[in-house]
Design a protein. Sequence first.
Length: 368
Amino acid sequence: MKGLQFFIIFIFTIVFSGYARGAVTGQCSVCHTMHNSQAGTAVARGGSGVGWDASGNLTGGSLTSTPNDYLLITNCVGCHSSTTASTIVNVSGVTIPIVYNSVPPTTPLAGGNFYWVVNSGDAYGHNVYGIAGADATLTTAPGRNIFGCANSCHDTLADPPGANNEQRGGCQGCHVFTAHHDDSKPWYRFLKGHGQPPFGDPLNYADYVVGVEDSDWEATTDPTTGDHNYYKGTTAQYSEGNALANYKSITAFCQGCHGVFHGTPDDPSPGDGMGTSSPWIRHPTDIALPTTGEYSAYDPTGAGYSTEAPVAWVDPSNPTRAEAIVMCLSCHRPHGSDQPDMLRWDYTQMIVGSGNTGGCFTCHTTKN
């Protein structure tokens, strides 16, 4: 087996030391096939409908004689899909987070679930290659800065791997460099930019998201014990460009495709950016959640934290009320949700003076 590279140690067990950790533990054959051949039959599965069933078997799609990179038995979508309602699958010691269920998921994980973009429509999630086709209405990411990276993964995640997206279509448009066997990488949820020249070596360039991850990806949460994700935010004003490398916030990452909605104006386009202070022209992100007025009633430190309207932190490993940050994920779930625009709550129920709680009123506490 000269030249065969074994990257095999297995994970999906997260260790809470510093920032996110994710080295896989368990039986190698859950994810790998050495030669894509067993008893004269191919092992790898491809095509649509691949997912884990209730017995812990990978089913659906079809067996393919064409082997996969890294000796994998299926692709990213297949491994993180299930034909059941469960969003965590345990197979021979390997714990796998599920982000796409073919039936309504019982407990969607922190990022949400692609079930709804497939079954409810384009507005309910990101259109990702292998899960959902291109958006029927939007030809490019909403809020896309049209002055750079034309026809790239910054336009859509629905394209297959190709020259326009550096062979990183679909899931790898966001999870650019995965490291399932390497705990030394500081990338939160493998959210990293591609760091191309002139920025330096892509793999080692510092354009990644920082965070502290919940051990079960928020399948269960308990704010009283700190059982939830901790995201990175910043109060720095920035525009598109090196923001991710400089500040490593989750919002700076989202800005890669939705830059017009974030930051300060950086080109002559009308309406670019969110403004720099109130009155905002778009809902602000990467700003401090005010500690006075209507916002003072939401204390996200300790038991007051809301997983329906989460916040980021200047220092995720040492969260303080003064450093709570409004972020994109305060309102949206990046994979998808049961609400239009991937919102975390029913926007039609946000009625001023109605007495309703939660959602927008988690922060805007006096407007309900």
